[in-house]
Design a protein around this ligand. Structure first.
Ligand code: 89Y
Length: 341
């Protein structure tokens, strides 16, 4: 199959890594890039030898011959650019968080379904090497039925330095990081029936919440507690952006701890293994585990774009993660738990 030509929307922090990820996989060719600030599009075009750059998205779509688009802009523009692409019958890959609301996410899915084109979400967190290992162990069934789990991403890493817009986001940690972690909760434990959430703001100089605790209940009664924080420099070992997971099951437990250590404990004892992510020269070492997960995630999306397989993180699937984020904000606002089914 010839390479698929695509255009990128957006020239922010994540664009360079996603473009490097496409190159790593092969089979695609970025032929154009749009950014509302032309100089930023031009700079990335020069760095990645992208032949055309634009500051007008419609002009780009009118002029370029494309097989799909990759939307890597702020969440508030995802629906607009998705509709622009779907109305031209172009398949869409869109950055997480998929949308600002469940209604908007549903509208995106509808516009792509009506146009007969795939809508795929670049939701990479679940593709991290040690998280895939936890999933493999859970599916193996050795620990029996999980009845409680904890998923933590707690760090003092200054995320605002690379992504300054997060400082002024009204919805911060649940939308930015929670969309990943709640997606991981669904990936590992299935769909949720109910949740309760509390949030807090520790940074005095930001608008949104930088701490969130979400307690979820799966359809079959497992409790999953997600703890998120970008609250400040109070940790002895800060290993941003590693996720820690602890699962208790009827016959054993699984633990993913810092430094990619995965342990499974059953009546036969504890088996421990270090499962580090691959290292790529183009990745920012401070984001290694996440940047490396771009590769299997985008490879999975590419299979779907080529009609050779099914994507895990379709728009239709990701709406369920958007719902969890939305319900978490609702619960934090009302102080009540929210039923999801
Ligand atoms: O924007 C976020 C993401 O997707 O991964 C980590 C991050 O950069 C900061 O929370």
């Amino acid at each position: 199959m010839p390479s698929l030509n695509f255009a990128a929307f957006g020239a922010g922090f994540w664009t360079t890594f996603q473009l490097a990820g496409w190159r790593e996989i092969g089979g695609t060719n970025c032929v154009a890039i749009y950014n509302r600030t032309a100089a930023k599009a031009e700079a990335i075009a020069a760095r990645f030898q992208i032949p055309h750059w634009y500051s007008d998205a419609r002009e780009m779509l009118d002029k370029e011959s494309l097989d799909f688009v990759d939307i890597i802009t702020g969440v508030e523009t995802h629906a607009l650019f998705t509709r622009m692409a779907s109305s031209r019958r172009l398949p869409v890959v869109c950055q997480k968080p998929m949308a600002t609301s469940v209604d908007e996410a549903e509208d995106m899915v509808k516009s792509c379904a009506e146009a007969g084109v795939p809508l795929l979400i670049n939701e990479n967190w679940r593709w991290q090497t040690p998280i895939r290992e936890v999933k493999r162990l859970l599916d193996g069934g050795e620990i029996g039925l999980p009845f409680r789990a904890r998923i933590d991403m707690v760090s003092g890493f200054p995320v605002f330095e690379n992504q300054p817009f997060l400082r002024s986001a009204e919805q911060f940690i649940l939308a930015d990081l929670g969309s990943h972690i709640l997606d991981v909760a669904r990936f590992l434990f299935g769909e949720m029936g109910r949740l309760y959430c509390q949030t807090a703001r520790v940074h005095a100089d930001i608008v949104g919440e930088d701490v969130a605790t979400v307690v979820l209940e799966t359809a079959n009664g497992c409790t999953v507690v997600c703890e998120l924080a970008y609250a400040g420099n109070h940790l002895e070992r800060d290993r941003f952006p590693e996720t820690c997971i602890f699962v208790e099951g009827s016959r054993g437990s699984i633990e993913l701890s810092l430094d990619f250590q995965v342990r499974i404990t059953t009546s036969r004892g504890t088996h421990s293994r270090r499962v580090p992510p691959p290292r790529y020269g183009w990745a920012d070492p401070a984001y290694d585990i996440v940047h490396s997960s771009i590769v299997p995630c985008q490879a999975n999306l590419l299979c779907a774009l080529k009609g050779e397989g099914t994507a895990e993180t379709t728009g239709e699937d990701n709406i369920k993660s958007v719902r969890l984020v939305d319900a978490s904000y609702e619960s934090a606002r009302t102080g009540q738990s929210v039923r999801l089914v």
